[in-house]
Design a protein around this ligand. Sequence first.
Ligand code: 5GP
Ligand code: MN
Length: 338
Amino acid sequence: MKIPSDKITRLRELLATPKNVLVVSHYNPDGDALGSSIAWARTLESMGHRAMCVVPNRFPHFLEWMPGADRIRVFASHADEVTAAAAEADMICCLDFNNPSRLEGLSAAIEANTGATKLLIDHHLAPPEDYFDLMFSYPDSSSTSYIAYKLIEQLAGADAIDRDMGTALYVGMMTDTGNFSFSFLTPDLFRVVAALVEKGIDIPDINHRVYNSYSEGRVRLLSHALGPKMELIEGGRAACMSLTEKELRRFNFKQGDSEGFVNYPLSIEGVLMSALLLENHRFIRVSLRSRGDVDVNAFARRYFDGGGHKNAAGGKSTDTMERTIERFRTAAAEFFNN
Ligand code: 5GP
Ligand code: MN
């Protein structure tokens, strides 16, 4: 991944005078959303700008320890403050998503500010053509945090990244790559990790904080999802798990508790696609993961009004759970037999 120097020049021009910047990331913020946002906001501040980090809803408990997580404003609990800040922003930076629909309730506040410069830093496929003034869109990057590192390095120099920012960026790189086991694991990604290690990040500690801090409810909910609630279809090529609101309550569900569940069925030999159907009070969120050439981005677009990456995508359904499961079965049959 190489960022063209004319784009850096353009960014420098946009940031030539002090700006009020809103750094925004997606619904159900994950490690990459938070890590890239925190490091980007810190960079802007070091260049003399004001920056506020905003996400639509709460982030999971296992990310609360991240250095800088305390500065993230959650729209769901600070709607007035965030709406006012969005209205005043000269620049809106969208990190780790490229479609405004991923902002859910926060999108109206963002859309209302038509005067702000819009900047994209992201690794999702197919950004909208005419929405952003400047795009750093690299779908072949394993995380937005990796793009953020490269961008900060070119814009402000690697010295602008301190240990705390490095820790935040590493969380993003680590979580979006499934602890460096998914695709786009380039030599340069590991060079960046090496640079972060030189800044003093503590990898065993980060690993422990992210992966070994689950609540009892989450672990029991996982066993429920993989046990009674997992169905294998299409001759074992697809797996589907579903969790209703009632079940979530039974396991004392907290935001983010089901993060990562959808990956587990892919550890079964022969399973090429995995789905998690998660009910909330408004709709059913569909999470999809796949292996190899099975394109769940296409699947999500075609059947569940969503999108994402080739091997990790999502969408939604406003049908009942039973009907959504049935739709998934039909869609999988069509998808695997064509
Ligand atoms: P997750 O299953 O972790 O919620 O989402 C996996 C990926 O799918 C995310 O990185 C996101 O890009 C994408 N995704 C999830 N839900 C949606 C959706 O409703 N619309 C689109 N376009 N992408 C989604
Ligand atoms: Mn990401």
